[in-house]
Design a protein around this ligand. Structure first.
Ligand code: 6CS
Length: 339
């Protein structure tokens, strides 16, 4: 972001804080950045959140989709600085800041059933109670975590087993546990920000990456890979947060407004995203009929599942008692929300 733009946003934020301190009732403009396009899952959530806030108050929400303010790391920094009031950043990136958030990269911890996941994120004690103070320590008020769909591997060569990932430079989001996970799968993990993925595949700097199906279509990743493989190893999780000083400074009425808008956006988004994988895969096949799609059998998943135990051990080594308590609670929450 240019210095002039950053300074302009900072002075708007300062004016807002002064007015808030005087207790004056005012119509504020709140800035909200996310990591995807307006029509992607994070954009669907953000638009519903904006609609709820604007329908129920005089406040306005300005939305900044991917690319308008930089990469995921940039929008997080801007939120921690108070330049932005709201941010959607996935644990794939937040895991570098909050080690426990890497729990979402223990393979096969989360189910692929989206209805189960919708109940889990809404009701989970690990998510709604245990993660809150960890985000608060980083100056963030955690509002919601929600699912974006099962992740698929997309590669230039077929993947039937871990051995097929040998020597494959596989792009992952920038957190250490995801690196360990793909190392355990047998690949050569390459952490990169999102903006470098399409070009990296095009120039063969990397030969694979993983993402939920809707994103493979919307970002045209199918153009630069030829195989889509579902191993059921993970579901993409994301999180919406507010700058904590901003949130703490809100009136009780505005806090309630924000929490209700987040709950409404959650309900709307989990329904929307349940059908997204199917409809968007159909669009990929229409755009590229020669694309090869494979759902691995239980046998073929064997080596990926075996790697999961090793990755879980690494997660505990990285995060100690705090991570161990979170993963235990997550397992209990998942069992409690199963059918
Ligand atoms: O892989 C990534 O970096 C991106 N994937 C998704 C589905 N959302 C945002 C994130 O930047």
């Amino acid at each position: 972001m240019t210095g002039i733009f950053k300074r302009a946003l900072q002075s708007c934020a300062a004016v807002g804080l002064v007015l808030a301190a005087t207790g004056a009732v005012q119509a504020d403009t709140w800035r909200y950045a996310f990591e995807e396009a307006m029509t992607d899952v994070q954009g669907v959530y953000a638009q519903k959140f904006k609609a709820e806030i604007e329908a129920n108050s005089d406040h306005e929400i300005q939305l900044f989709p991917y690319g308008t303010l930089g990469e995921s790391a940039d929008i997080m920094e801007q939120t921690q600085d108070g330049i932005l009031q709201f941010v959607d950043q996935s644990p794939g990136f937040t895991g570098a800041l909050i080690p426990e958030a890497q729990v979402f990269f223990v393979p096969y911890l989360l189910p692929t059933d989206q209805k189960h996941l919708a109940r889990f994120y809404r009701e989970s004690k690990a998510i709604n109670d245990m993660f809150k103070p960890l985000y608060a320590e980083k100056g963030l008020e955690l509002l919601n975590m929600f699912p974006e769909g099962e992740v698929a591997m997309t590669t230039k060569k077929p993947v039937k087993t871990c051995a097929d990932l040998n020597e494959v430079k596989f792009r992952v989001m920038t957190n250490p546990l995801l690196v360990e996970s793909y190392r355990a799968f047998g690949a050569s993990p390459t952490p990169l920000p999102w903006g470098e993925v399409y070009g990296g595949l095009q120039t063969n700097l990397i030969q694979g990456q993983e993402n939920p199906t809707f994103f493979l279509y919307s970002t045209k990743i199918y153009e630069v890979t030829d195989y889509i493989t579902y191993a059921g190893h993970n579901n993409f999780t994301t999180a919406v947060m507010a700058n904590k000083d901003f949130f703490d400074g809100l009136s009780a009425e505005d806090k309630d407004l924000v929490e209700k808008a987040a709950a409404a956006a959650y309900d709307h988004t989990v329904v929307y995203q349940q059908q997204a994988a199917e409809t968007e895969l159909a669009k990929i096949m229409e755009a590229k009929p020669e694309m090869k799609v494979t759902v691995l059998t239980d046998d073929e998943r064997g080596c990926f599942k075996a790697a999961a135990a090793e990755v879980e051990k690494t997660f505990i080594e990285m995060t100690g008692d705090s991570g161990a308590a979170i993963i235990a609670q997550m397992k209990a929450d998942l069992a409690a929300t199963a059918d």
